[in-house]
Design a binder for this molecule. Structure first.
Ligand code: DON
Length: 318
């Protein structure tokens, strides 16, 4: 709240001003070493805790970036909005509504609490909801489900994303909680496909690897209603993206979504690898990479950087 608002809102979104603000925020936070590396996925605890990178992609397709932009990290939960989008696009709204609600859960991302009355997980941003989406994608696309998701990334980024096999293996070996969630959901009739196949697809999408500039381009595509930045091509239908952004706004930051809505005011999603993306509708996509996490499982510096950028660039939606 102490960060001063930018004096001239009309000039804040030019590349020069954006670069100035990115650099400024980077300088303020570069020595902030608060937070901790996740250890429930052993490979993620090997990340370099000093890594810090910021990126913004504009409508024009231009990307501005600062910091350790060469660092690679896995999408983890940052993959969830895209899995959800693919399900909405290829399975239809009714089928998606049949397997997952759109209510903030107020619980952590890996909560095992299931609403046995509604027989649907609360939302597609928590693990249980993303597993329900994976089940639907398997039902619709079978063995091609992961490639369907890759096709979406291919359209936006111009290439399939590589898999970080070490992260996949590490998480697969230790995914006791997700395994329990998906088996419980299967037991309750909340997912129809084989639980191990569902978990595999989910962990595969989580292990796709990006750099911060990829993430801001993905965020910008959502910000532009599915239009690829700098192109006329629509990667996703506008109505699908509206639904995805609405759910990101209310549920993307899990049990800190309310505080995020007040302090940043943009649809966003985090990943336990330390990536964080926010979409400023009609304007730009923001991404941060910094692997030290806060108590909610969000990048500590990522949250602070987005708060500062939203304020300096006057991006809060309200
Ligand atoms: O399922 C998990 O626990 C991880 N693969 C993803 C969780 C995650 O990224 C939470 N986000 N901050």
């Amino acid at each position: 709240m102490t960060e001063p608002a930018s004096a001239n809102p009309d000039q804040t979104l030019t590349p020069e001003h954006l670069m100035h603000h990115l650099q400024h925020v980077y300088n303020i936070l570069r020595h902030d070493a608060a937070g901790s590396l996740p250890d429930y996925i052993p490979e993620l605890s090997q990340a370099n805790p000093a890594h810090f990178a910021l990126s913004v992609t504009l409508k024009s397709g231009q990307t501005l970036q600062v910091g350790d932009c060469e660092a690679r990290f896995t999408l983890q939960s940052l993959s969830k909005p895209f899995g959800y989008a693919l399900a909405l696009q290829t399975c239809g709204q009714d089928a998606v509504e049949g397997v997952v609600n759109t209510e903030p859960s107020g619980d952590g991302f890996n909560s095992i609490r299931l609403d046995e009355g509604k027989f649907r997980p609360d939302n597609p941003m928590v693990n249980a909801g993303a597993l329900a989406i994976s089940s639907l994608l398997l039902e619709r696309h079978g063995a091609h489900a992961l490639q369907q998701l890759q096709n979406l990334f291919q359209q936006i980024l111009g290439r399939d994303l590589p898999t970080d096999a070490r992260v996949f293996t590490s998480e697969n070996r230790t995914a006791h909680r997700n395994r329990a969630i998906v088996h419980l959901m299967h037991n309750l009739g909340m997912v129809q496909q084989d639980p191990e196949q569902i978990l595999r697809l989910y962990l595969q999408q989580c292990a796709l690897q990006v750099q911060v500039q990829d993430l801001s381009r993905l965020a910008a595509t959502l910000a532009l209603g599915g239009k690829i930045p700098g192109q006329t091509l629509q990667a996703l239908p506008k109505g699908v993206v509206r639904q995805v952004l609405s759910v990101m706004f209310s549920c993307g930051m899990y049990n800190s979504a309310g505080e995020w809505a007040c302090k940043v005011g943009l649809p966003a999603k985090s990943g336990v690898s330390g990536g964080l993306m926010a979409a400023s509708p009609g304007k730009l996509g923001i991404a941060v990479y910094s692997p030290l996490l806060n108590a909610y499982g969000h990048s500590h510096r990522g949250v602070l950087a987005c708060q500062m950028l939203a304020r300096r660039l006057k991006l809060h939606l309200f």
